[in-house]
Write a protein that binds this ligand. Sequence first.
Ligand SMILES: [Zn+2]
Length: 255
Amino acid sequence: MPLRNAKPVTGRACVIARVQPWQHLKRSQLVIWVAIVTGLLIVLTSTEFSAAKPVNFLAATKSHPLPISLNQWQDLTDSGDYFDRVKLTEVGYLIWSQFPIKVYIDDTQVETWLQVKAAVKEWNSYLPLQVVEKPDIADVRISFKTPPLGTKVLRARSALTQYELYIKLFSNSASVLAHRCTIILSPNQPSKYIKAAALHELGHALGIWGHSLVASDALYFSQVSNPPRISPRDINTLKQIYQQPTLLGWKVESK
Ligand SMILES: [Zn+2]
């Protein structure tokens, strides 16, 4: 679709945000987490944090090997990317390093469940994803309910993606900084937008923590009348993200 003809659907937007650790974290995990947050805050307050460029504390971050599927990806159309619009978080880029990424779809409606499953399958071509039956082992949880309205948000939300940080403890006593994502999709939207919304929010959950300004990208900032599939620009952006350093997936000291 020519961009000039792509009309955003007014009143619908998604929100991406950070949330507090889940309540079922063990006390020992929370203690470690508080220690990490405190350490990060000390560093952050001693530097001029900017979302536009990496800051000093990120010198401690490291990149992970590029996933095979992204490594093999080649854009024959030379479509460019929107990496400069991806936000840097307090732990670097939101990168997964353990695959497959486990996705739980909390929905009892077969039709909408299948639409979300189709969105998972589309992203699975670029990063390994697996739909799981148990929510407690999921890296990404997707559910249907009305996303909350914020006081500073005037228009209705159609979706919400949040991430939270936690410490993953392994049997060999290793502690790794990890993250989990929660996606909320509004049930109050036409069915044709369900898959598009899931596709868009999964893009955030996989690490594209920002929005495109081009309507033919799945991560365009608003819904359009004819929702796009995942674009080469989306994957070019994702590939760049996965070559960046992060604190996620690396061991942390529990002093
Ligand atoms: Zn979004």
